[in-house]
Design a protein around this ligand. Sequence first.
Ligand code: SAH
Length: 372
Amino acid sequence: MNPKPLPLVFSAPRGRAKPPRHLADLTLEERGEAAKEIGLPAFRAKQLSTHYFERLVDDPDQMTDLPAAQRAEMAEAFLPRLMTPLRTLEADKGTTRKTLWKLFDGALVESVLMRYPDRATVCISSQAGCGMACPFCATGQGGLQRNMSTAEIVHQVVVAAREMASGEVAGGPGRLSNVVFMGMGEPLANWKSVIGAVRRLTEPAPSGLGLSARHVTVSTVGLVPRINQLAEEGIPVTLALSLHAPDDELRNDLVPINTRFSVAETVEAAWNYARTTKRRVSIEYAMMRDINDQAWRADLLADVLTSYGDWGWVHVNLIPLNEVRGSQFTRSRDEDTDEFVRRLEAKGVPTTVRDTRGNEIDAACGQLAASE
Ligand code: SAH
């Protein structure tokens, strides 16, 4: 007997429109081919690429080295509008800026630019929504809407770089130095677009933005096969693993993908990443009051990590929980966080507590999009 057809709601969406193709989706060579297809010489694609990645310009009126009659047509072919800012919020005296973006199909995503004395970091989204369903995370509550394209991911960075260069961020003109994939979405669940974006961000202009790979951080719940694949790519980006618990019993609840890849398998993949790339891995641990912040869990976390040796392959980044409205999870007491740090360091694990930016503008963790 044939199985009953799945109800429509469970079948993959068909014929859904794709984000417009943009030069950031293509390699420099593919851009040249695409130019020829519309009857332009390949070097025009290179000129456009220089405007976009080096001058951070996508307005045809500012491309005075291109024949005026062709500018609009070229911009339409290579630099279509990918997203519109719906809202921009500032905090921390203008050094934190959050943008809520509306994508071509109405999907909402967020990016946050954070300027520090010695660096400027943009936190970007890689998916509209997220399918990982971590119960403490605002984005996790709404499920996955869709994957973002490479250009949609990259464009958030180009806009942030432009904001830094133009001097509109408090502190005067500066350079965007760091990118973290810690906005909405699970980057390694959108592998093709994300690896394309990592390439565009790290290739030198006019191919890409020319950021240093070590200044690009990919944060993941721990999709083990993809971590291994990332290690083989030869682009030594920084890996952040969202662990949040050292034991399977608790992590199965906090990070549900743990039922597929256990703590041991996940930490081993992170260790293998450090070994292969020579990059120190960051373990993310959001401190939740009376959930994962007990002293014994600090000891267990240290034991799990140091079982792979203490050659400096790892450090722990404790994140004061951002309390999501209506959620049962609250932020740890300061004294419990202090004790947690002490216990990790006593066992030789370098530990930092993340500074919290932009709390008052819902800057973290999909809270702004969730409130729309
Ligand atoms: N999906 C990826 C990247 C996006 S989230 C990942 O899970 O790593 C970036 C980081 O913010 C992750 O470590 C995530 O667990 C953490 N996070 C999510 N919700 C949070 C909250 N309410 N408070 C503090 N950190 C949170």
